[in-house]
Design a protein around this ligand. Structure first.
Ligand code: NAD
Length: 417
């Protein structure tokens, strides 16, 4: 058993294990949580309350989550004297599924984003963001209900690998003279330099997850979004590796868009997922004017960063967009937004994104009934329109919103046969 420095294994609850490459989920799994900085504590209090209520109402006590607090950010610094202690990484590795609030990136020399560190140290290579409209949410577009897409953003490579040299430094000048003298480049000597690595391994494992997701849920298509017309050996290769992987590993369950038209008259054969690709700039138009033609998107890190915020804006903003960082087995669930420091401790912000991230976590645990009821309860709060937070045009507090979700869960439980 993993040993910790300053946390204890809970007395109750069981540990999630991996058997034959599949998660084995007990009825009372131990789930570590990181409260987070800024608005994190307000959001976590609210989210825990409705997650517990959803599980209780769906299973009448037969299933229960045992929570274990682990630490990152300011609270970790107070307890351990560091922002991301080993206990936290070890607990997530040991218990496999965890949830976190937003974390501040400390300002000052040498600090790396804690979120990026968590993703890289735990090898959580897929950032999964479902973007779905909930009726009643104010949206800047005419037909927001047409957006129902799940974005798989590569989480570990691309320009986020952090290989950069500042203009004028000896290292930058060394790289520039190597490229100019030996690689036939002509780079100005006053340039800063950044490197964009994208591998077959990193790209294929992300695209594999996206295709598996689409197959498991009978979704119509997976779209590879890239800028391969300009960056041929990174973004263009991502697209080529995607088609290659689909043909090699999922040949009987997928059809390329090219074959769809050349061989099948534009109609997908039953049970097959269409694999298509779009250039990133055109995709920003497509999600606005043809949102309903996209189901799952697989894309490199930077495109995914831009695209997920743009899609979230169409369905009512960051306060509504849930997310998960997933590796081979580990799942770390989190809201898409940050710590919103100006609202800290005011009980004002929208807990929607965090609650929906919790619903995503329940789905990952196979607690589908609880997950569905929680989503239905959130939807009801929006359609009733009485308990909306300020970012959604209302005046309700975080607690009011959660109380409304809980009372809708109670109403749903009463309707159960
Ligand atoms: P932010 O997401 O905290 O805030 C952006 C805007 O959205 C602000 O106007 C904020 O008030 C609003 N907002 C955010 N969450 C909201 C919610 N739930 N309800 C209503 N309004 C909400 O982004 P930022 O200001 O760029 O970053 C603040 C800090 O958060 C930084 O330290 C940054 O590094 C960190 N951050 C963390 C994460 C994460 O933990 N995953 C993500 C992004 C930013």
């Amino acid at each position: 058993m993993t040993t910790f420095d300053k946390i204890e294994h809970p007395a109750n609850g069981d540990t999630i294990t991996v058997d034959n490459n599949k998660l084995n989920i007990p009825d009372n799994p131990i789930i570590p949580f990181i409260e987070g900085d800024g608005i994190g504590p307000d959001l976590w209090f609210a989210t825990k309350m409705v997650l517990d209520a959803a599980v209780e109402k769906a299973y009448g006590g037969a299933k229960k989550i045992e929570w274990l607090e682990i630490y990152a950010g300011d609270k970790a610094n107070d307890k351990y004297g560091e922002y991301l202690p080993k206990d936290t990484l070890n607990a997530i590795k040991h218990y496999i599924v965890a949830i976190k609030g937003p974390l501040t990136t400390p300002i000052g020399g040498g600090f790396r984003s804690l979120n990026v560190s968590l993703r890289q140290l735990l090898n959580l290579y897929a950032c999964v963001r479902p973007v779905r409209y909930i009726t009643g949410t104010p949206s800047p577009v005419r037909e927001p209900e047409k957006m129902n897409v799940v974005i798989f953003r590569e989480n570990t490579e691309d320009v986020y690998a952090g290989i950069e040299w500042r203009e004028g430094t000896p290292d930058a000048l060394k790289v520039i003279s190597f490229l100019n003298d030996s690689m036939n480049a002509s780079i100005r000597s006053d340039s800063g330099i950044g490197i964009k690595p994208m591998s077959v391994t990193g790209s294929k494992r992300l695209i594999r997850k996206a295709i598996q997701y689409a197959i498991e849920r009978n979704l119509a298509s997976v779209t590879l979004v890239h800028k391969g017309n300009i960056m041929k050996y990174t973004e263009g290769a991502f697209k080529d590796w995607g088609y290659e992987l689909a043909a090699e590993e999922f040949g009987d369950r997928t059809v390329s868009e090219q074959d769809l038209w050349d061989k099948h008259g534009g109609k997908a054969p039953a049970g097959k997922v269409i694999i298509k690709d779009r250039i990133a700039d055109s995709m920003f138009q497509q999600i606005l004017i043809r949102s309903d033609e996209y189901d799952v998107i697989a894309t490199p890190n930077l495109n995914g960063d831009y695209l997920s915020d743009a899609c979230a804006a169409q369905i009512g903003g960051l306060g509504m967009a849930p997310g998960a960082n997933i590796g081979d087995h580990i799942g770390l669930f989190e809201a898409t937004h940050g710590t919103a420091p100006k609202y800290t401790g005011q009980d004002k912000v929208n807990p929607g994104s965090m609650i929906l991230s919790g619903a995503l976590m329940l789905e990952y645990l196979g607690f589908d009934a609880a997950s569905n009821q929680l989503r239905t309860a959130v939807k009801s709060v929006y359609s009733e329109g009485q308990s909306l937070t300020r970012d959604q045009g209302g005046t309700a507090s975080t607690t009011d919103f959660c109380d409304a979700v809980e009372s809708n869960l109670r109403a749903l439980a009463k309707q159960r046969p």
